[in-house]
Design a protein around this ligand. Structure first.
Ligand SMILES: *Cc1c(COP(=O)(O)O)cnc(C)c1O
Length: 376
């Protein structure tokens, strides 16, 4: 059996372990400390956002974003349907109702026209507009943000940027993670950089980020004893893990270059095969190409489907994965309203993510390419 090729595995640089040892040496083994402060500063300066809170996960960052916006029981929140479930779950944590919106074909992200339609229809049906919109940059590809932002502005709805997959991407020269009213990042093990698990909330509002830190630290009032006037959470990042994050930030741009090289190599060596197309990169957008994603149209490929591709790779110990199954097709969200035209369903049926780690070797990439070519 050939060695396993993973979809996207952690890739440490040279300084992470040193930072972790520093945390041990100074006994900062806690969900606060100098590495947490340093990592927050690194994130803020990289994205150009003045304020960042390092948290235990991207999911907790999204949850806090909704709390800060006052989302509560009885509210509706609009969310891109084609995404990882963590984009939508915190809506339900708040007792609110997710309303899903389809993708467009140009970036595979939130369709601004369907977003507008959804807002108007919710206004007509429930008498008020949704409390927030959650937009995602799928696989690192920036969404049509300017258009999405305008729709939200027109209706006075706050916009949350789920940039969990898009650290290192830019939209019209601006960093992803700095485009929404509240922005979230993830440092889970498979993301472009990782702290094994972690996330961050970013905003230009000092007040919001301060409140996020307060809520994430069990909402302790300033009193010598433990006193609480609101419900808190345990959502802060450990100083040990923030040390990993500081090391990872120093290699982030290298990781982006490596992932983009993967994409270009796949495209150059598989692009001629019938029925294969790639996630498009719109003019003015720069994707970190977190994952290289293709679609395979069986009416052009002579009947070959993405499942044929996936299973062929599996036989050679190569991990690939279908695109995110849209939320409106998930059993847990069957009752949620959905506004769509079939785009994300088709992407899901035809789409596959190829091994995309920044630590893949030339032989790894050639093995994947050879295996795929052998099927055609
Ligand atoms: C990974 C991811 C999240 C959640 O981040 P965690 O750190 O795993 O909680 C949220 N949204 C998207 C789009 C993601 O890919």
């Amino acid at each position: 059996m050939n060695p396993k090729i993973w979809l996207s595995s952690p890739h440490m640089g040279t300084l992470e372990q040193q930072y972790v040892e520093e945390a041990f040496a100074t006994n900062w083994i806690a969900p606060l400390g100098p590495h947490v402060d340093g990592f927050e500063q690194d994130l803020a300066s990289y994205t150009g956002m003045p304020h960042a809170a390092a948290l235990s996960s991207g999911t907790s960052a999204l949850h806090l974003a909704l709390i800060l916006l006052g989302v509560e029981r009885g509210d509706e929140v609009l969310c891109q349907s084609m995404t990882f479930s963590a984009s939508a779950n915190p809506i339900v944590y708040q007792g609110a109702t997710p309303v899903f919106v389809d993708s467009e074909a140009e970036t595979w992200n939130l369709n601004p026209e369907l977003l507008e339609e959804a807002i108007r229809d919710r206004l007509a049906k429930v008498g008020r507009v949704p409390a927030a919109v959650i937009g995602v940059h799928l696989y690192g590809m920036p969404a049509q943000w300017e258009r999405i932002r305008k729709v939200c502005q027109r209706h006075g709805i706050p916009l949350i940027e789920d940039a969990a997959e898009a650290l290192g991407s830019t939209y019209r020269g601006q960093a992803c993670g700095s485009l929404g009213d509240l922005n979230i990042l993830s440092f889970n093990g498979n993301k472009i950089i990782t702290t094994s698990g972690g996330g961050a909330l970013l905003s230009s509002s000092a007040e919001w980020i301060q409140k996020a830190r307060f809520l994430a630290t069990q909402a302790r009032d300033s009193a010598p004893h433990y006193q609480h006037s609101s419900i808190g959470y345990n959502y802060r990042m450990s100083n040990v893990l923030a040390g990993i994050g500081r090391g990872q930030m120093q290699v982030l741009n290298d990781r982006v270059q490596a992932r983009r090289r993967n994409f270009e190599y796949y495209q150059a060596n598989l692009g001629d095969l019938p029925g294969i197309a790639w996630q498009p990169e719109a003019e003015g957008s720069f994707s970190n190409r977190w994952l290289t994603c293709l679609t395979l149209d069986p009416t052009v490929s002579g009947g070959l489907t993405r499942e044929d591709l996936r299973m062929e790779l599996e036989k050679d110990n190569i991990e690939s994965r279908p695109l995110w199954k849209p939320m409106h097709l998930q059993p847990v969200f069957v009752d949620a309203p959905f506004y769509g035209d079939g785009t994300s369903q088709k992407l899901f049926e035809q789409g596959l993510c190829l091994p995309s780690g920044s630590n893949l070797t030339q032989e790894d990439l050639d093995r994947v390419i050879q295996r795929i070519r052998s099927l055609f």
